[in-house]
Design a protein around this ligand. Structure first.
Ligand code: GLY
Ligand code: MN
Length: 357
């Protein structure tokens, strides 16, 4: 079944007669179009890929399943959309409430005052959670590339090197491999490791520091997201104790991830294990998130999420402990759920690495 057919079925089950899909990751999943401006209108008697003149040639190459309609300046998108909606005789149009801005919506409503614009969730977000074999292969390649990047980064990590220099090393490594950063990398050292999302700074690394690398590559449209924390030189007893307990929690959570498991329960497992050593209070974020075309793809593993885990989903598992004044650490792997359990796609070792210095 094509992705377009899967979308039609989802709209039919939701009793939605016409929808405008606008999120770039959904557009790419549906059509293969990789440009920055496109939309797909799906209605019973009108299905089009919509773009503007900057992308007409690209759309002819990439969009096979749908006819393309494109507009050019001085026409505005809302005028173009209004013409198409009128032509199709639509009195109602659902739109992606998590993507369309209030400003765009106001312009659309002004241009077509008699059409009811209905806020809805993009059904593709949920469809995209279950990955095809091809998508999993692409995520696997991105994971392998970040494993290699970590090897290089650890090789360069020594006292005196600045966090920001390691960021540049990562950028330089990814580009010739055809990849880009999947997100702003988190590379922090020493006390700065207590910031779960710290930005790489000018701080030179010191002997005895924890260094956390949270990095991801986007390769062929799909992302990886891996975190490792290492120590520069021999670890102190406390560093080792906390790290090993975090690792115990992370390994147990990966083991618990299988079809039918609940995100809420697996998230609680991490907190229960961390609490054996009074560490759960230092774990302030959720256990993980869906991964795919976006680094934070649809799906969260947290206390508030009750959905069943399903085969074909790809998740990060990333518990962390962040203690202001002492430092922090996170261990993150990417896994794909299989019929019987899961497969870990990131392969970098996760015992506590003590870098020679
Ligand atoms: N890798 C960053 C995050 O998951 O938020
Ligand atoms: Mn992550």
């Amino acid at each position: 079944m094509t992705n377009l057919q899967r979308l039609r079925d989802a709209l039919c089950s939701a009793d939605c007669a016409a929808m405008l899909i606008t999120a770039p990751a959904s557009i790419r999943w549906l059509t293969g179009f990789s440009g920055s401006f496109g939309a797909v209108l799906v209605a019973a008697n009108a299905e089009y890929f919509l773009t503007d003149s900057r992308y007409t040639i690209q759309a002819a190459e990439q969009v096979a399943d749908l006819p393309t309609r494109s507009f050019k300046s001085p026409q505005k998108f809302e005028e173009f959309l209004t013409d198409i909606v009128r032509e199709a005789g639509l009195s109602q149009l659902a739109f992606d409430q998590n993507h369309v801005t209030v400003g765009s919506l106001a312009k659309w409503q002004k241009a077509m005052p008699t059409v009811e614009l209905v806020p809805a969730n993009d059904p593709i977000e949920q469809l995209r959670e279950i990955k095809s074999a091809d998508e999993i292969a692409r995520i696997r390649s991105a994971c392998q590339l970040t494993d290699d990047a970590l090897t290089l980064l650890l090789d360069k990590t020594r006292p005196g090197v600045k966090e920001i220099e390691l960021f540049w090393t990562l950028e330089d490594f990814l580009r010739p491999h055809g990849a880009t950063l999947a997100f702003d990398p988190i590379i922090v050292s020493g006390p700065r490791t207590a910031r779960p999302h710290g930005e790489p700074s000018d701080r030179p690394i010191e002997r005895g520091d924890f260094v956390t690398f949270d990095i991801g590559a986007r390769l062929d449209g799909y992302c990886s997201d891996i975190t490792r924390t290492v120590v520069v030189g021999p670890a102190s007893d406390r560093q080792r104790e906390v790290y090993e307990h975090l690792l115990k929690a992370q390994v147990a959570c990966i083991e618990a991830m299988k079809p039918g498991a609940k995100g809420r329960v697996v998230d609680s497992l991490a907190r229960t294990i961390l609490d054996e050593k009074g560490l759960a209070q230092y774990f302030g974020h959720g256990l993980g998130h869906g991964l795919g075309a976006l680094v934070h793809d649809s799906g969260r593993l947290s206390q508030t999420v009750d959905h069943d885990i399903q085969a074909g989903q790809v998740w990060t598992i990333e518990p962390g402990v962040y203690i202001d004044g002492f430092g922090g650490m996170r261990i993150e792997d990417d896994i794909v759920i299989t019929e019987s359990g899961n497969e870990v796609l990131t392969g970098f070792p996760k015992h506590l690495i003590e870098l020679p210095c």
